[in-house]
Design a binder for this molecule. Structure first.
Ligand SMILES: [Zn+2]
Length: 223
């Protein structure tokens, strides 16, 4: 039977979605649902659209409240320890690390130690898993996590999976720059302000919500 182009693409999408359930599948996604996802308890509420807020400069000397809350949650939820939040790191005019605005947490887990690597991968899979309504990266969006970097892979708000982390292309890159010795978790401005639904237990403001489009009626689906 000859498959049309659309069918082949649909089939590839199915295989991609099914892959995380297969033993030994890549840890970089796409992600399957996970048991005990705290985002499931909030599934009845509208969810944040997500997105990415760039950092512009060294604006804070202390950690933003959402970053402190995230570090505290990590301490209760996973192995590892905090490696700091605030660091004035400018990249150029009007461009800086999220640490410069006190809205990124470095969490010490080492990719070279199997138990820590497993813990880091489990944490990432939990943050990026769909909730019980199938909304991808549900916990990350509820918390306002917009950026995850670990072991030469990075995820930035809205992406379906982790991709190669560009700074690892440099020859002789050190383990910290490569994020092999810690997980970096960056927050949106709302996440940093602890204004997202994970913390407030309330629906995000209408202009911050994911816009859900109902699927088209069956007779409009492409064949
Ligand atoms: Zn960091």
């Amino acid at each position: 039977m000859a498959l049309g182009r659309t069918s082949v693409i649909a089939l590839m999408a199915l295989v991609a979605v099914a892959a995380p359930g297969v033993a030994g599948a890549a840890w970089t996604g796409p992600f399957a649902r996970t048991a005990s996802n705290p985002a499931d308890r909030l599934a009845a509420l509208p969810i944040e659209a997500g997105g990415y807020d760039r950092a512009e400069g060294c604006t804070r000397r202390t950690a933003a409240p959402g970053a402190l809350a995230l570090a505290s949650w990590l301490g209760r939820t996973t192995a590892g320890t905090s490696w700091g939040v605030v660091r004035c790191e400018r990249w150029g005019a009007g461009s800086a690390s999220l640490h410069a605005e006190g809205r990124a947490v470095d969490w010490r887990l080492d990719a070279g130690r199997p138990a820590e690597r497993r813990a880091a991968r489990r944490l990432i899979a939990l943050l990026l898993a769909p909730d019980r309504k199938g909304r991808p990266a549900a916990l990350a969006r509820r918390m306002g996590v917009q950026e995850i970097i670990f072991d030469c892979r990075g995820w930035f708000g809205g992406a379906p999976a982790l991709g190669p982390y560009a700074r690892c292309r440099a020859k002789g890159v050190d383990r910290t720059t490569a994020h092999r010795d810690h997980v970096h978790l960056g927050l949106t401005k709302d996440g940093a302000a602890k204004r997202t639904s994970f913390w407030t237990r309330r629906a995000p403001a209408p202009d911050k919500r994911e816009r859900w489009t109902p699927p088209p009626p069956l007779d409009l689906l492409p064949d």
